[in-house]
Every structure is written in C-alpha cells, then in structure tokens.
Design a protein around this ligand. Sequence first.
Ligand code: HEC
Ligand code: HEC
Length: 89
Amino acid sequence: MSGLSSPKKLALNAAFIIICIGILIFLLRAPKETTSPLPHDDIHNRFHAMKGKKEAEQYCLDCHGPEKEAPLPADHPPKYRCLFCHKRQ
Ligand code: HEC
Ligand code: HEC
C-alpha cells in the first residue's frame, strides 16, 4: 500500500467499510423479512414438537413435493433444508 497517497487510502478504506455494512444489512434483513416461518396449524404442529430439524424435514415433501397437495412455487430457492429458512418460531 506504500504507493498510495493517504487520501486515496482513506477513500478505499471508507468504500470497503460501506460495502461491508451493506452486505451485513442485506444478510440480516433479507431472510427475516421475506421467508415465512413454519405455520402453527393442525398440519404443521407436529413438526414444531419434533426435536431434530432433520427428523421433521423428512416429511415436508410428502405434501410440498411436485404433484402433491401444496407444491412449492416454481421459483422456489434450493430446498435441501426446509427449516433453515422456514424457521420454527
Ligand atoms: C400433511 C401435508 C403437509 C406436510 C407434511 C407439510 N406441510 Fe407445509 N403446508 C401444507 C399445506 C396444505 C399448506 C398450505 C395451507 C397452510 O398454510 O397451512 C402448507 C403451508 C406451508 C408453508 C407456507 C406458510 C405461509 O405462510 O404461506 C410453509 C412455509 C410450509 N408449509 C412449510 C412446511 C415444512 C418446512 C414442512 C416440513 C417440516 C411442511 N410444511 C410439511 C401441508 C403440509
Ligand atoms: C434457502 C432457503 C429456503 C429453503 C431451504 C426452503 N425454502 Fe421454502 N421458501 C423460501 C423462500 C425465500 C420462499 C418465498 C418467499 C416466502 O416464503 O414468502 C419460499 C416459499 C415456500 C413456500 C410457499 C409459501 C410461501 O410462504 O410463500 C412453501 C410451501 C415452502 N417454501 C416450503 C418449503 C419446504 C417444504 C422446504 C424444504 C423441502 C423449503 N421450503 C425449503 C426459502 C427456502
């Protein structure tokens, strides 16, 4: 970094910090505000009661798989671990 004059260094550092804050805000806000939690209803209550996430996730695609009663939307993101995104709250 010895070749840079210090105002330029300062500007680069400031830009770096602003980008980091932007990414942080994006990561903290995006999942929370857009992804619906696991519903509390007669269908889903038994999955709230299960201890392990993996244990509960085995059953999701029985209804949310393609051709089933509540298929996922076509633009659904990768879906390996349902409960990492659809939180149990
Ligand atoms: C017995 C069938 C069945 C199973 C098993 C099932 N679901 Fe559902 N799910 C439904 C139906 C039907 C709906 C739509 C009606 C409703 O919201 O209850 C739904 C709705 C949802 C919604 C949308 C809620 C909203 O706000 O729109 C999410 C998220 C969801 N399920 C996640 C899961 C996850 C994760 C699992 C596995 C742990 C799971 N479901 C297992 C039938 C099922
Ligand atoms: C990488 C994160 C992620 C994973 C993993 C994931 N989902 Fe989703 N899911 C989403 C997002 C984002 C949406 C659309 C926005 C929303 O939830 O409102 C969505 C939408 C849905 C919907 C439509 C109802 C709604 O809330 O709009 C259902 C039902 C659903 N997901 C069930 C599941 C099931 C079942 C699994 C596991 C097989 C799963 N999801 C895995 C992120 C995820």
